[in-house]
Design a protein around this ligand. Structure first.
Ligand code: SAH
Length: 487
């Protein structure tokens, strides 16, 4: 039963940093005893360019049975022989997930004292699981991993290579690749999804499993399209626990007090007839402010970077002044929803030629982003870890270099005015930071300075005399040289 985790590196960011991130030294083979056998961690390769860590679990089949946990679902004991002849020793499964969390517990929490800056950064990752029991087959494997930002290569393993007519076994060979995830995120995905695919948990599920699930699912499970299947299978289809988990996930979503939810709350209030006059939701005010600033800039070809579910792209499409609109996001799931919202598949040719959506990470320079009039970063920067921000800054202001860049972000000072927001909380679970007006101005001023832009600021939403507006916007315009102006 094993899996490998590989990364690639450069002389400045050597791949062997993986050892620091996993808290396991690449030059040592180490063994850890767990309740079901021995877990080994070793590095088949470890140099600056490539580093691979392997986790191998040697399952003690007898211990497994003695612990009385080798029973089938529903508590019925398997036939006597089946207790000893089962697939647990070879297949990656919930046991491997347990070993993963035991051996890499700090890494799973994203803790790395030796390389703290690396722990919060995404890195090129390649994870291979040669034999993964997958109830639901390759299709379900894709549905579980792809929305999380993984490129998934999955092949069914034939029951017997000599007899292809026997068909496929319930095992797959799985290869996952990503450039956009941190190691901690990757480990937490595996910790939850390996047993979900296995669908035969080896130990009794108790209510602290709900806690474990919510902890490991933080940041991705509340928005996963297969959330219900994941929750139900992870909790071995115990309905009361599943319901408890689903309710708590719903609370997480609400507590995120995202602006889109503020929008929904506004709508609900109106529906109840409690509001005399419906206030314009902040998300709409923000879109209006962005469209107005784009008009003022004279832009025709516009990038919406971190376009999310495509609301701004949709608004821009309605305005013939914008001849080309490109939405970019790192999340495939967001892009799928965006293309559904825009009805891309049913759009006439002329409209379709004006709009493009593609997946990309703003933390990397991308030639596809060059040559546009304007770029919008609406409520995006706060979703990046602070150490990643210089990479985004370079990709947008240094490499893509549109004439105009609009950046909006929450003004943290305003948070005291949100009634639903507990003190000291950010507005959305995925916000890595929220800035005061001063902090935003400082950052934007330095960015402008470094890359040859002028910057101006505008409030979005009611400008409170004490704490300012809920959203702050910076409008960057490239500094033109005298010759360019003359031309
Ligand atoms: N612009 C939209 C969505 C904001 S939510 C709006 O104003 O409503 C932030 C979006 O940024 C999410 O869709 C998220 O997937 C995307 N995002 C976060 N980090 C990113 C990165 N490194 N590269 C590209 N998109 C990113």
């Amino acid at each position: 039963m094993f899996l490998t985790i590989s990364t690639t590196g450069t002389p400045e960011r050597p791949a062997t940093d993986l050892g620091f991130l996993l808290h396991k030294h690449p030059e040592k083979a180490q063994a850890f005893s767990t309740s079901y056998g021995t877990a080994h961690v070793l590095y088949p390769e470890a140099d600056a360019e490539r580093c691979t860590a392997a986790l191998l679990l040697e399952v003690d089949a007898v211990a497994l049975v003695r612990r009385g946990k080798g029973k089938g679902r529903g508590g019925a004991p398997d036939a006597a022989l089946a207790q000893y002849v089962n697939d647990r020793p070879y297949a990656a499964s919930s046991l491997l997930a347990v070993a993963l969390s035991a051996v890499f517990s700090s890494a799973m929490r994203g803790v790395c004292n030796a390389r703290p800056e690396r722990a919060v950064q995404s890195l090129p990752l390649r994870i291979e699981v040669p034999a993964l029991p997958a109830r639901g087959g390759p299709d379900l494997v894709r549905r579980l991993f792809e929305p999380l930002g993984w490129a998934v290569d999955v092949e069914p393993v034939p029951l017997d290579v000599q007899f292809p007519e026997w068909g496929d076994s319930r095992y797959v060979r799985l290869l996952l690749e990503s450039e956009t995830l941190t190691l901690a995120e990757a480990l937490r995905h595996l910790y939850v999804l390996l047993p979900v695919l296995d669908d035969a948990k080896h130990y009794w599920v108790s209510s602290d499993e709900v806690d474990k699930l919510l902890r490991a699912g933080e940041g991705w499970l509340p928005d996963h399209p297969e959330q219900k299947l994941i929750t139900s299978r992870y909790l071995s289809r115990r309905w009361s626990l599943t319901r408890q988990a689903m309710e708590r996930l719903e609370l997480v979503r609400l507590a995120e007090a995202d602006d889109s939810e503020v929008e929904e709350i506004d709508n609900a209030v109106e529906a109840e007839g409690e509001a005399e006059e419906k206030p314009t939701p902040l998300a709409v005010q923000r879109r209006d402010a962005i469209v107005a600033a784009l008009h003022a800039s004279g832009a025709a070809r516009v990038l919406d970077l971190g376009c999310g579910q495509g609301q701004l792209v949709q608004a821009l499409l309605k305005d013939p002044r914008f001849t080309e609109i490109v939405g970019v996001d790192v999340s495939m799931r967001a892009l799928t929803i965006a293309s559904r919202r825009l009805k891309l598949d049913r759009m006439g040719e002329r409209q379709a030629s004006r709009v493009k959506l593609f997946q990309g990470s703003l933390a990397y320079t991308d030639n596809r982003l060059k040559g546009y009039d304007a770029a919008v970063l609406s409520e995006v920067i706060e979703h990046l870890d602070l150490p990643r921000l210089p990479a985004l800054e370079y990709a947008v202001f240094g490499a893509a270099r549109p004439r105009t860049v609009l950046v909006t972000t929450p003004n943290v000072e305003y948070n005291v005015r949100w009634e639903s927001l507990p003190a000291g909380h950010v507005r959305h679970g995925d916000h890595r930071f929220e800035w005061t007006r001063d902090e935003f101005r400082q950052w934007a001023g330095q960015v402008a300075e470094r890359h040859g832009y002028e910057v101006e600021f505008a409030p979005v939403g009611p400008d409170d005399p004490e704490v300012g507006p809920p959203t702050q916007m910076a409008v960057f315009t490239i500094r033109t040289t005298k010759e360019e102006k003359a031309a």
